[in-house]
Design a binder for this molecule. Structure first.
Ligand code: SF4
Ligand code: MG
Length: 317
């Protein structure tokens, strides 16, 4: 498919909490989502995934970089044009309880985007809301009830109904099943897979859970401390990982791969203290001298796969 969304060298730096420094939340990320594709983004909490999600939707402004949706530079859009463009790109959050207004009925929650964008007559909107409920596996009995009356899985269905109300092209799913019981997770994942083909959607699917990402993604990006350190097809990245960080993540998935579990030293550093050279070097089991001072380039790994790691570059000396 042709590119639906392209991000070029996105950077989001914040002023550090304690004064002088910078928090490098997203530190030079480029990505491309093809039409009809699911692009998975994996990484530990705090790696910048959610910031990246908000940047590509322009829910927050980047420090620098470009985002193109269907070839249009969305960072250049004036507020009115951006509001209209928002119909095409929606987000589903991790916690459906926090993201649904508890004082609004489910009918109003789902109708709100249709009201804001003045879609159809009131009767048409009402019919559309009922259709949306059916599409996500609920029914019109939900209309006059409130979010707290529903289970976590049902609330996520409501959040999804709201997100698809305006028939977007792109859905960004930020940990959409992480708050749910495992038995409910697969129901919601299957619903998302089904909606994607029925509604001609494209997904950016963010999760810390590799098995979930492998289940839904065509291609996968691995994020560490604000950068994409590895990318490729889901099979390449999750079955034949090249980057030592991905190897460690994959080794920790129960039953996913033969071989010993690679336990990394310590936690990821703060984005306010990004290590010099390869930002993974203090934790890397394969660290070399060059890694301590020289950032690794992105190196092709066959097919569309790439990894940012000196192991695959020309060896010094
Ligand atoms: Fe490890 Fe060096 Fe590769 Fe970084 S560049 S992941 S420190 S081997
Ligand atoms: Mg997050």
């Amino acid at each position: 498919g042709r590119p639906l969304l392209t991000a070029e060298n996105l950077v989001k730096h914040y002023k550090a909490r304690d004064g002088d420094g910078l928090a490098r939340a997203v530190d030079g990320v480029s990505l491309m989502l093809r039409k009809g594709e699911t692009l998975g983004i994996v990484g530990e909490s705090g790696c910048g995934k959610s910031t990246l999600a908000r940047l590509v939707l322009r829910l927050i402004e980047p420090t620098s970089g470009r985002v193109l949706l269907d070839g249009e530079d969305i960072l250049a859009l004036k507020p009115g044009a951006l509001r209209r463009r928002r119909r095409d790109m929606q987000i589903v959050f991790q916690d459906p309880f926090a993201s649904l207004d508890p004082r609004m009925s489910v009918g109003r929650i789902i109708a709100e985007p249709l009201d804001i964008h003045n879609v159809g007559s009131p009767q048409e909107r009402q019919r559309k809301v009922e259709d949306l409920l059916l599409m996500v596996g609920l029914d019109r009995s939900a209309l006059d009830r409130y979010p707290h009356e529903f289970s976590g899985g049902q609330r996520q269905r409501i959040g999804i109904a709201r997100a698809i109300a305006l028939e977007p092209k792109l859905l960004v799913l930020d940990e959409p099943v992480s708050a749910l019981d495992v038995s409910i997770q697969s129901q919601i994942l299957n619903l998302l897979i089904d909606l994607k083909s029925r509604l001609d959607l494209s997904y950016i699917f963010i999760s810390h859970d590799l098995s979930v990402v492998e289940h839904v993604s065509d291609r996968v990006l691995v994020m560490y401390l604000g950068r994409i350190v590895e990318e490729g097809t889901a099979t390449q990245v999750l079955r034949q990982p090249r980057h030592p960080y991905t190897e460690a993540l994959v080794s920790a998935v129960p039953g996913a791969k033969k071989g010993p579990r690679i336990v990394l030293k310590g936690d990821p550093p703060s984005p306010e203290a990004v290590p010099a050279g390869c930002r993974f070097h203090p934790r890397c089991p394969k660290v070399m001298d060059i890694c301590r001072h020289t950032p690794p380039p992105s190196i092709a790994q066959g097919g569309s796969a790439r990894a940012e790691c000196h192991l695959y570059g020309p060896r010094p000396g």
